[in-house]
Design a protein around this ligand. Structure first.
Ligand SMILES: [Zn+2]
Length: 220
């Protein structure tokens, strides 16, 4: 009988444990929470990110489609070409959808995310730019903070300011976790400014020093 028990033990060790471990790691491989330590960083666009906004987990898959009921936030960056045609009057819908999804995940961590400035008309951007020129003393200095209307991504519907000016810790959550949703902080001098410059699940590019990097033909 002792042998029989040993055989059973060996059977458990050899067969059942790998199965149990496999099922656990299988779940970890497929599901991740924005707030949890990164147990499985999917750092490639070849994995499609699918969002369960009811149960708040992210499902990574190589399949071309997300399972039914999962939210797909796109598999690319939103660039100026996204608004090359047509009149823009609001935040790009996919940028808004990415932010709304991130907001739900942030709430689990007790973080409140609010867009404090999103789409701006060209007139509004011109006003803000001219005001900044007055404050900073030159167009060059002003453009570090507020771009002229034709260069800013706010009138294109491709930029959002989050939790500005009152809540930097909240924006920091988005800076750390936004890549999961395809949202990135882009300027070193603006902790509040986010754009959809990466695919969901792909790490964000390095910060640009300031907004002048977006001036046509100009580098800071
Ligand atoms: Zn901004």
């Amino acid at each position: 009988m002792r042998w029989a028990r040993r055989d059973n033990s060996l059977f458990i060790l050899a067969v059942l444990l790998p199965l149990i471990a496999g099922s656990i790691f299988g779940v970890i491989e497929q599901r991740s929470s924005a707030s949890a330590p990164a147990v499985n960083v999917v750092n490639s666009a070849k994995f499609r990110q699918c969002f369960d906004v009811t149960n708040l987990f992210i499902y990574s898959t190589k399949n071309s489609n997300c399972p039914q009921g999962y939210l797909f936030l796109g598999d690319g960056a939103l660039s100026e070409s996204a608004t090359a045609t047509g009149v823009v009057e609001e935040i790009h819908p996919q940028l808004e959808e990415r932010f709304n999804t991130a907001r739900l995940f942030a709430a689990v961590d007790g973080i409140s995310l609010v867009i404090t400035s999103g789409f701006r008309t060209l007139q509004r951007q011109e006003f803000l730019y001219q005001r900044e020129v007055q404050i900073r003393g030159s167009e060059s200095e002003a453009a570090k903070w507020v771009l002229p209307p034709q260069s800013s991504h706010h009138p294109m519907g491709l930029a959002i300011d989050v939790n500005y000016p009152m809540d930097r810790p909240g924006a920091l959550w988005l800076e750390r976790n936004g890549w999961r949703f395809g949202l990135c902080r882009v300027y070193a001098n603006e902790w509040w400014h986010f754009e959809a410059v990466s695919a969901p699940g792909v790490k964000c590019p390095p910060l640009a020093p300031d907004a002048r990097v977006d001036l046509a033909g100009s580098q800071p």
